[in-house]
Write a protein that binds this ligand. Sequence first.
Ligand code: OAD
Length: 248
Amino acid sequence: MEELIRRAAKDISDAGKVVALTGAGISVESGIPPFRGKGGVWERIDPEYASIEKFMQDPEDVWDVLIREMKELIDKAIPNEGHKGLARLEAIGKLQTVITQNVDGLHQMAGNTDVIEFHGTFAWQYCMECRKRCETSRIDMSRIPPRCGCGGIYRPDVVFFGEMIPQQHLIRSRQIASECDVMLVVGTSAVVHPAAMMPVIAKHNGAKVIEINMEHTPLTREISDYLLMGRAGQVLNDIAAELEKNDK
Ligand code: OAD
């Protein structure tokens, strides 16, 4: 592993543009469970709860079963060594952009300044009738589903299954993926598209793809140059430390 950490640090150091694509795995050490795999949300809750069809049919049920729990978990989560590691890479000028599938805001809280929230943000809700926005922290949870002053139902500003990725995020992510020299792919099962296409675009445009995950993914064999198998917190802390050492 030490050898791979040094290799990753060297690849990042030699690169002009480095970007990261992150998924739920990077927030696991902050107490937010992943979606898939052991202990994942979809073990307990049917994934249809994350679909726009289900939300339109029965918003009360979706708020009750899924969104309420997300709010409780995200409210108390703070960045872990993984988020901080990526912020340290930016601080020493080695990381430009984070493309994240997560909606928890932890990359920004850790200090990364250019974060593309590919699947939206849980920090905000908007009214399905009048589109007025409200911070999630200010939502009155005593009534489920929470309602705006106009009577409309609030929904989180996230991308449900069955919805499009916001155009500007998709276009910019594709561009960044095609221009980077190194893409770090951290804590994503890489099965949800189009996010999972970003490492493929990077690879096809000549970038090195470095994966950090506890297990193999569909990218590991053909797209990733190598996999650092371990927890994102430890691995990113070690990479950041190695780069900071060389930076002095
Ligand atoms: P997943 O839950 O599908 O995958 C999490 C990945 O993180 C798995 O590959 C785990 O092996 C890995 N992992 C778990 N703990 C880790 C740790 N401590 N360090 C490193 N890796 C770890 O999450 P995503 O790939 O983000 O979409 O899922 C993609 C999308 O599917 C989500 O954005 C969400 C979901 O349904 C929408 O809601 C639209």
